[in-house]
Design a protein around this ligand. Structure first.
Ligand code: 0RA
Length: 637
């Protein structure tokens, strides 16, 4: 190392102590800044940097972002934007680059203006990424030069250095997440792929690349069509109602509004909304404006064309959204995020802006594409008739007091406890396993409902058909909540609803059907964390009279070693293999069991998965179920 003037070093050290103190709160309470230190929190570091690069794209200054997952566990993000400013910061009297990377809430951007992802939901700032990385390196290409700085846990190891001339422009940030902060520092390729694909859809003509060094070739995403391509992607593999998708891209009072929609021949609504590239899972003003305008335009069109008579009631919002795949993306200067998870757009003015854009645009589309218009209206009219039929069927069923009665189904072995918070409902595959579970359970708090055979595939049927299934009616009665418009969360009889199925392909399929059913008809139960999957063991290991059940390959190998000799190892096939005591010990005892909580946070991903699982193509489905038995993201509890 070259000798430096002593004075300069002392001044520099003093600054570094300040930096350390500045970022100290982040290292003390990372959860406050990135939500958690699990994989979700870990990925926030990646999103933060990508968001900053995409901001450059939004400013029209960048058209390429490369994310690399390096073999050494670090991640780098390269963009060809303007580069983080490097001039001496007038107030801080050091490089602006260092200020951006070491001062909490310095944001990156000096002064307002422009649409920003990073100002929004995840906008914690690059200094947070830096604070939570054991090492971070940044290269800036700007003003014909290459600049570099390195940090350890947020503290610069030296001042910004000029490495020489360069004709490039842009920023490269490489970071090593700190194992002192994150118990697991492994990035998930699928999660990153999903987000950069989404970013590519949301920012047309921006190229995003993911290079996982463990793999041969990188993934490149680039869409000329933007969210038009997104909607085609959502409908991939589905039969369509309108062949020509609708698309509009307009700016109203400096709000950019982009909407794409296309109907498919399913009964499911998939409307994804975004504000400044952030997924607004709780909706908000843009979604409200979209829904109002869609219902309005289609009713006016149906009446004008005579498909709705004067005496006919209007098509309802639900009718015009059956089979709808749509993406709404707005970009605004000062987005306000509200709601429980801060994913609801609050800006009131956006409602009218979106309405206007959709009314004008869709009105014009229908005039120009009358055949498509006809197909859309026919689909909505069919939905309206089916909804009426479903209402009658439900009333009939409810009048027969099958769903809301106090008479519980005969097959349900209920528990004695009456406080729902203490009660669990085990949904068990097959009468025989049901019998074992009944014998093994804690009858005070655990109820057992055996399901015979395969339950109906609710992806392929409307509610009226779904309600013809006795198994499903039993389940709804046991839950106590009713269904559809009459759903009452407060009447839920069990706070834990646990699917317990065999570990084979059939079992996985039944579990997926059940989870699909909950996802479609009881989303509140999933969102409030009431739905779980039991985790039976994977292997049975026997030696003489001794039997041990294990839950993973690692545990299997350890146990075999511990037992010595040559114990017999067999794959656990079905619940029927165990007697009541064994089932209790391995799978049902709250003291020792593992439950996976079912969580769904991404409608697009879930749709994709359900489509593959429920499609008519059987072979890929089997393979897929085997590979991803838990079709939804799940959490150990
Ligand atoms: C501050 C100001 C400007 C750009 C950036 C930060 C910036 C940050 C990141 C993070 C990753 N890539 C980035 N690219 C740019 C504006 C610069 C200007 O006005 O010239």
């Amino acid at each position: 190392m070259a000798a430096k003037p002593l004075g300069a070093d002392i001044a520099y050290d003093a600054e570094q102590i300040q930096v350390l103190e500045g970022l100290d709160p982040v290292r003390r309470r990372p959860g406050m800044y990135i939500g958690s230190t699990d994989v979700t929190g870990l990925h926030h570091l990646v999103w933060e940097i990508i968001d900053n690069s995409v901001d450059e794209a939004l400013a029209g200054e960048c058209d390429r972002v490369l994310v690399t997952l390096h073999e050494d566990g670090s991640c780098s993000v390269v963009d060809n934007g303007r580069g983080i400013p490097t001039a001496i910061h007038p107030k801080e009297r050091r490089s602006s680059l260092e200020v951006v990377l070491t001062v909490l809430h310095a944001g990156g951007k000096f002064g307002g203006g422009g649409y920003k992802v990073s100002g929004g939901l995840h906008g914690v700032g690059l200094s947070v990424v830096n604070a939570l990385s054991s090492k971070l390196q940044v290269w800036v290409y700007r003003d014909g030069r290459e600049h570099f700085q390195e940090y350890e846990r947020g503290v610069p190891t030296a001042p910004v250095r000029e490495l020489g001339k360069s004709a490039n422009r842009g920023t490269t940030i490489r970071f090593w997440p700190d194992p002192q902060v994150f118990p697991d520092t492994g990035f998930e390729r699928e999660a990153i792929l999903h987000r950069i694909r989404e970013m590519a859809f949301l920012n047309k003509r921006l190229m995003l690349i993911l290079d996982d060094e463990k793999l041969g070739s990188p993934y490149t995403f680039y869409f000329e069509g933007g969210i038009l391509s997104f909607v085609k992607h959502l409908n991939h593999g589905k039969a369509l109602a309108n062949q020509v998708p609708f698309y509009v891209d307009r700016e109203v009072d400096s709000t950019q509004i982009e909407i794409a929609l296309q109907y498919n021949q399913t009964y499911v609504e998939t409307v994804l909304s975004f504000a400044n590239n952030i997924r607004t899972a709780e909706g908000g003003s843009h979604v409200t404006g979209f829904r109002a305008a869609l219902t309005n335009v289609l009713n006016r069109y149906a009446r004008k064309a005579g498909w709705l008579k004067d005496s006919d009631p209007n098509l309802s919002g639900e009718d015009v959204r059956e089979g709808l795949a749509a993406v709404i993306s707005v970009k605004l200067l000062e987005p306000q995020f509200e709601g429980q998870t801060k994913t609801k757009l609050g800006n009131a003015e956006v409602q009218g802006q979106v309405s206007t854009v959709l009314m004008d645009g869709l009105g014009q589309y229908l005039d120009e594409n009358p055949a498509e218009g006809r197909r859309i209206i026919e689909k909505s009219l069919t939905a309206a008739r089916a909804r009426e039929a479903a209402r009658k069927a439900r009333d009939l069923v409810q009048r027969k007091s099958l769903l809301e009665s106090s008479t519980l189904p005969g097959k349900l072995a209920d528990c004695s406890e009456r406080d729902p918070a203490k009660c669990e409902l085990y949904i068990v595959e097959g009468d025989s396993a049901g019998g074992t579970a009944k014998a093994g359970r804690d009858r005070r708090t655990q109820a057992i409902l055996p399901l015979r055979g395969k339950i109906l595939n609710v992806e392929k049927a409307r509610l009226d058909k779904v309600l013809t299934s006795e198994e499903i009616r039993n389940l709804i009665t046991a839950l106590g909540t009713g269904i559809g418009e009459r759903f009452e969360y407060a009447k839920l009889r069990y706070h834990r609803i646990i699917t317990m199925t065999d570990a084979d392909v059939d079992g996985s399929h039944i579990r997926t059907l059940l989870l699909t059913f909950f996802y479609r008809y009881f989303p509140e139960l999933i969102n409030n964390g009431h739905v779980y999957m039991a985790q039976p063991p994977l292997y049975k290991i026997t030696k003489g009279k001794q039997t041990v059940w294990v839950y993973s390959d690692v545990e299997r190998d350890q146990t075999v070693k511990k037992m010595g000799g040559k114990p017999e190892v067999s794959r656990f096939k079905g619940l029927g293999e165990m007697n009541a005591d064994q089932l209790w010990d391995t799978t049902m005892n709250p003291e020792s069991r593992t439950l996976l909580k079912v969580e769904v946070d991404d409608a697009a991903a879930v749709n994709d998965i359900f489509e593959r699982l429920m499609g008519s193509d059987v072979e890929p489905r089997k393979k897929f179920i085997q590979a991803h038995a838990a079709s939804v993201r799940n959490l150990d509890i």
